[in-house]
Design a protein around this ligand. Structure first.
Ligand code: 13P
Length: 337
């Protein structure tokens, strides 16, 4: 059987390389309306389209952001949104040298037949949605599914997560979007770092198995793994060096060097912890670009500093730039606290 390559093959490789460029990573700002509502509530703001627009405009127009940020993941609303001054958000990103991306999954629902685990929806109609997103300026996509250690994970949940990611990755490449492959292994639980390592090996083995079966071109994808850490409720904490050792061991065992970039999620780590862990992973040469795709670990202080007040926009942007620069240095292995 001969499998036709995506008409976008060269462009996919180029896009992935641009995103995985030295000293840069991804700003994840693709919170669904419900999640964005929780963030806004934490600073006493209502979850209106105008408030979401004001906050996201603040983020993407931070001066010089493109020096540290190579891609921004948007929620569908933001992809089609303009700023209050009528400028398209996508155009501002491009002017900053930041590649626009889009969250394409439709969220998690209970997985029947499992131990209270979940699966990720969104394959129906994905090809036509992605063709429209490409037209609107998106050049990469994200699909986040989760695996829970305290709930198993069951064979079924891992297989479903891996298969869904593989189908999504193939469909995205067919439509010109570099797929970010994100099977998040949730931090929740009392388990130690060894157990996370074991589960992560299983999850990535299956994900690559099904991606190969679906003829996904590995040079045109990006990964968004969780770092290998102890469970959030585990009493034995790990140093950045231990997290780096386990995580790099996992990547070496499971991730082919053809993959251009590994863009970690922060998953509830503190801002500084996420930066230190990334820095520890970049103390030696790696076959892939090892970087960040953080939401909370880039935005937390920025959001609090803004507090919904126009007079705080500059200070909030400075807070975002401070984290972006720290993570840029960590990508280069040069962060010092
Ligand atoms: P956190 O960095 O807050 O975990 O979010 C990253 C993300 O995009 C989750 O899908």
């Amino acid at each position: 059987m001969v499998v036709r390559a995506s008409a976008y093959a060269d462009e996919l490789v180029q896009t992935a390389k641009t995103i995985a460029s030295p000293g840069r990573g991804i700003l994840a700002m693709d919170e669904s309306n419900a999640t964005c509502g929780k963030r806004l509530a934490s600073i006493g703001l209502e979850n209106t389209e105008a408030n979401r627009q004001a906050y996201r405009t603040l983020l993407i127009s931070a001066p010089g952001l493109g020096q540290y940020i190579s891609g921004a993941i948007l929620f569908e609303e933001t992809l089609y949104q303009s700023t209050v001054d009528g400028k398209k958000i996508v155009d501002i990103l491009v002017e900053q040298g930041i590649v626009p991306g889009i969250k394409v999954d439709k969220g998690l629902v209970p997985l029947a037949g499992s131990n209270d685990e979940s699966w990720c929806q969104g394959l129906d109609g994905l090809a036509s949605r992605e063709a429209a997103y490409y037209q609107a300026g998106a050049r990469f996509a994200k699909w986040r599914t989760v695996v829970s250690i305290p709930n198993g994970p069951s064979e079924l949940a891992v297989k479903e997560a891996a298969w869904g990611l593989a189908r999504y990755a193939a469909i995205s490449q067919e439509n010109g979007l570099v797929p970010i492959v994100e099977p998040e292994i949730l931090l929740d639980g009392e388990h130690g770092i060894e157990r996370t390592f074991e589960v992560a090996q299983k999850v990535w083995a299956e994900t690559f198995y099904y991606m190969a079966e679906n003829n996904v071109m590995f040079e045109g994808i990006l990964l968004k793994p969780s770092m290998v850490t102890p469970g959030a409720e585990c009493e034995d904490r790990a140093t950045p060096e231990q997290v780096a050792d386990y995580t790099l061991k996992l990547l070496h065992r499971r991730i082919p060097p053809a993959v251009p970039g590994i863009m970690f999620l922060s998953g509830g780590q503190s801002e500084v912890e996420a930066t230190k862990n990334l820095n520890a992973m970049n103390q030696g040469p790696n076959p892939w670009h090892v970087s960040f795709s953080y939401a909370r670990a880039l935005q937390n202080t920025c959001l609090k500093t803004w507090g919904g007040r126009p007079e705080n926009v500059k200070a909030a942007q400075d807070a975002l730039l401070l984290r972006a620069k720290a993570n840029s240095l960590a990508q280069l292995g040069k962060y010092t606290s």
